[in-house]
Design a protein around this ligand. Structure first.
Ligand code: SF4
Length: 453
């Protein structure tokens, strides 16, 4: 059981939770009626969908990771997983129907580590996206996550040839000792070699993920890692604060509030942000920085910006305007293995239904729009909100929350009738406190009642 964040006037920590999707999956529940996907999608616009394929395998489990993934795969499991993915894709594509045009505007392979799959398996994954789902991978932005050890030349060759436009490499730290402390053992030489292979594959956008707040990390070692990343001139960099979450490798240690650690993470965040801004990068959100002269890439982030998402694979979420759904979900390794085994054994007919999820009513849709826009550096255009939500404004719908953020100096003051709501630099630094404060009481209660497994 976990405790949901409560909205208070003085946030106890700037690091409450990373809101990459709202409502959070811990607010999903088993859907007693197992709604049919064809009925769920019947009235939806399907001409600019996002496609996401989840590969729940990694070589090691990083100490900070709470994503849906298992370590390794016994013989035959990845093949059986792709068979299940194929069955699911066929069932889902059929459910989308033929009456209105179905078109995918973006695609992403995530995990886990998609490049845990062999080159031949990656070909098959692309075939599933193209032939079963009808996504034109060479014509849309396609983002793929990889780890240094699995970013081999043959796999990258397949991904580049099939249309990958963005390769995101989970480096976390260029310092071997810090990598070990984050329970992600790797050698800098291997990371550098992997980056060389990614650049040689000529995928247009390289993203490097780095983490701050690791045990023993100092401002000096943090900036050294940043400089090592900058030497590759990545088009994007994501800077993640380290979180220690229940049931993860590091989470087996105590998860008590730690103001000194909060202060250290804030300090490192500011140092990292300023360093990147001084080196020609623009800040897009608390975590995301883009090289100012990088080619435009369409969707910033596959992570659920809009309605209309088809997620395939266990652990993947799908969104219609009124229902967010997925399969069962867990963090504990033993539970994850059981869920993956269950997924690969599913007959095709099972994939025509949604099993876990949460309905998103009009009030939640407004919160979601506010959250997802406000947490971007560009902020929220009030005219967009008005157009989408019956002429109302966020200030009319969320006066208490916005007044609280303004009172803390987290919102730019643009007068009583602003055209744009935008976080200040301090507000952006506190994104992981801003987000949870915008959760509805109902979502908070569901998250609090969720039994972690
Ligand atoms: S952080 Fe990435 S590479 Fe590490 S265990 Fe999680 S999904 Fe796998």
């Amino acid at each position: 059981m976990t405790t949901a964040p409560a909205a208070t006037d003085a946030p106890e920590s700037p690091y409450r939770s990373y809101v990459y999707a709202y409502p959070h999956k811990t607010a999903y529940r088993r859907l007693a009626d197992r709604p049919r996907l064809d009925a769920l999608w019947a009235g939806e616009a399907k001409d600019a969908l996002s496609l996401y394929l989840h590969i729940p395998f990694c070589e090691v489990r990083c100490g900070f990771c709470n994503l849906f993934t298992r370590i390794g795969a016994p013989d035959g499991l990845t093949g059986a997983y792709l068979d299940a993915l194929d069955r699911q894709a066929t069932a889902v594509r059929e459910a989308l129907g033929e009456r209105t045009p179905v078109r995918f505007a973006t695609a992403a392979f995530g995990g886990g580590t998609p490049t845990f799959l062999t080159a031949a398996e990656l070909e098959r994954l692309c075939d599933i996206a193209e032939r079963r789902m009808g996504a034109d991978l060479r014509a849309v932005p396609l983002s793929v996550e990889a780890s240094p050890a699995t970013a081999t030349a043959d796999r990258l060759g397949v991904l580049a040839e099939r249309g990958t436009t963005r390769l995101s490499l989970g480096v976390q730290s260029f310092d071997d000792t810090e990598a070990r402390a984050a329970v992600r053992p790797q050698r800098r030489a291997d990371v550098e070699a992997a980056l060389g292979r990614v650049r040689a594959a000529r995928i247009p956008v390289l993203n490097i993920d780095l983490i701050y707040g690791i045990d023993g990390q100092t401002e000096h070692t943090w900036l050294r890692s940043l400089d090592a990343a900058l030497a590759w001139r990545p088009e994007e960099l994501y800077l993640y604060p380290l979180y220690i979450r229940p049931l993860t490798g590091l989470g087996r240690r105590a998860v008590d509030p730690d103001p000194a650690w909060d202060a250290q993470r804030l300090r490192l965040y500011r140092a990292g942000r300023d360093h990147l801004l001084a080196h020609g990068y623009e800040q897009r959100s608390m975590r995301m920085f883009r090289r100012a002269d990088a080619p435009p890439q369409g969707a910033d982030d596959y992570a659920c910006q809009t309605d209309g998402m088809i997620g395939l694979g266990c652990g993947a979420r799908s969104y219609t305007a009124e229902l967010h759904y997925s399969f069962d979900y867990a963090v504990d390794m033993h539970e994850i293995r059981g869920i993956v085994d269950d997924y690969v054994a599913r007959p095709a007919a099972d994939f025509a239904h949604a099993e876990y999820g949460r309905r998103v009513d009009a009030g939640e849709a407004r919160r979601r729009h506010l959250l997802q826009s406000l947490l971007q550096a560009d902020g929220l255009e009030v005219a967009d909100y008005r157009a989408r939500f019956d002429g109302r404004t966020p200030l009319e719908d969320f006066p208490a929350e916005l007044a609280r953020f303004a009172g803390r100096g987290w919102l730019h003051d643009t007068g009583p009738d602003p055209a744009l709501l935008r976080l200040t630099p301090e507000g952006l630094a506190h994104s992981d406190a801003v987000g949870p404060e915008l959760f509805s009481p109902a979502v908070r209660a569901a998250m609090a009642a969720y039994e972690r497994k």
